[in-house]
Design a protein around this ligand. Structure first.
Ligand code: HEM
Length: 319
């Protein structure tokens, strides 16, 4: 596979920390303030398992979990809302944050959600969107005029903002996209832009509106626990290989469907983690990478590091 040149990665420090605080403030205004909880993905549950690489990625990256040795992994599934009491039976994105324990003792994270495109091309646009989505006290919902104004100002984001997240039958029947481009590097330093997707081995399945209305508020976590009682839940890690000209700096734009995809491995979850409290207070990070994987030049990806750190600082202080 020829290496594809990509621009150098943006670093955490190139983003003003005050902007991360502004965004987290705005997320709090959008979802309400819930002390001690994540400002997004507030309600979640963690499950343990093993990730077994296929070896298909090994020629393209030196990353320890993508070679030939199975590694322990933990996945945290969450409802994307910042309110821990939010209902599961509504069309919002769900998250799947995975931590891999690498053979050399290091760790790396992969954070994904149930929609393929992000709703902004840069942090400023995300801030403007969260302001536009802030509930109007009169109606309890966003002001449609503000959302329309946002879309009018950013017509290229209409597809991403209007994509309707599925209401899945189960966390085990949803696909999860990491959305951003990352860059794999091999032993010779060749660079390959990639995009990740977890595909459920059980197949994708959604609830109808009536079925969703009949589910309990947190049916997704309960269902996954029950399902795991009957046997493992499995996802395959599909990786799209970018080619020259595919944008690596905009998470609101998909790459062409016909790009080559490989299966990098298989995640088999077997049950809840022993210490749910410990795992639920962890900080998963989109920039906790390892040798063989680098950030792309996506400004949203670099910015997330600061926003997650800010949310973690606040929720840790709150206890
Ligand atoms: C400007 C862009 C974004 C901002 C500012 C943002 C902000 C946040 C914040 C503040 C948290 C809580 C972190 C914590 O307290 O540990 C969070 C969690 C989360 N975000 Fe984002 N996010 C962004 C984009 C994304 C994207 C593109 C994805 C999907 C690929 C995503 C998926 C998630 C998930 C799954 C969680 C829960 C993680 C966990 O279980 O610990 N976010 N986000």
């Amino acid at each position: 596979m020829p290496s594809t040149p990509v621009a150098a990665a943006t670093t955490e420090t190139s983003i003003a920390p005050t902007t991360a605080a502004e965004v987290v403030d705005s997320m709090e205004r959008m979802h309400g303030k819930h002390p001690g909880f994540r400002r997004s993905g507030a309600r979640g549950a963690c499950f343990t398992g093993t990730f077994t690489p296929t070896g298909e990625a090994a020629a393209l990256t030196t990353a320890g979990h993508l070679q030939d040795i199975p590694v322990p992994a933990v996945a945290r599934f969450s409802n994307s809302e910042g309110n821990p009491a939010a209902r599961d039976g509504v069309p919002v994105a769900r998250g799947m944050a995975v931590r891999f324990a690498l053979p050399d003792g290091d760790e790396t994270d992969l954070i994904a959600m149930t929609v393929p495109l992000f709703v902004a091309s840069n942090p400023r646009q995300f801030l403007d969107l969260t302001e536009a989505l802030r509930p109007d006290p009169a109606t309890g919902g966003p002001d449609p005029a503000k959302v329309q104004a946002y879309l009018g100002a950013h017509p290229h984001l209409v597809e991403a903002v209007t994509q309707c997240p599925p209401v899945p039958v189960s966390y085990a029947t949803a696909a999860y996209w990491a959305v951003h481009a990352f860059v794999w590097t091999d032993a010779a330093g060749n660079r390959q832009p990639v995009r990740y997707r977890w595909e459920p081995e059980a197949g994708r399945a959604e609830l109808s509106e009536e079925e969703a209305a009949a589910r309990t508020d947190h049916y997704l976590t309960d269902e996954l626990r029950e399902r795991l009682g009957r046997g493992p839940v499995v996802y395959t890690l599909r990786v799209q290989l970018g080619e020259d000209g595919d944008p690596t700096d905009d998470p609101s734009v998909a790459w062409p469907q016909e790009r080559t995809e490989i299966t990098a491995g298989r995640l088999e979850l077997t049950g809840p983690v022993d210490d749910q409290r410990l795992w639920d207070t962890q900080r998963f990070s989109p920039v906790r990478l390892t040798d063989g994987i680098e950030l792309s030049d996506d400004p949203v990806l670099a910015f997330r590091a600061n926003a997650y750190a800010e949310s973690y600082r606040r929720r840790s202080r709150e206890g």
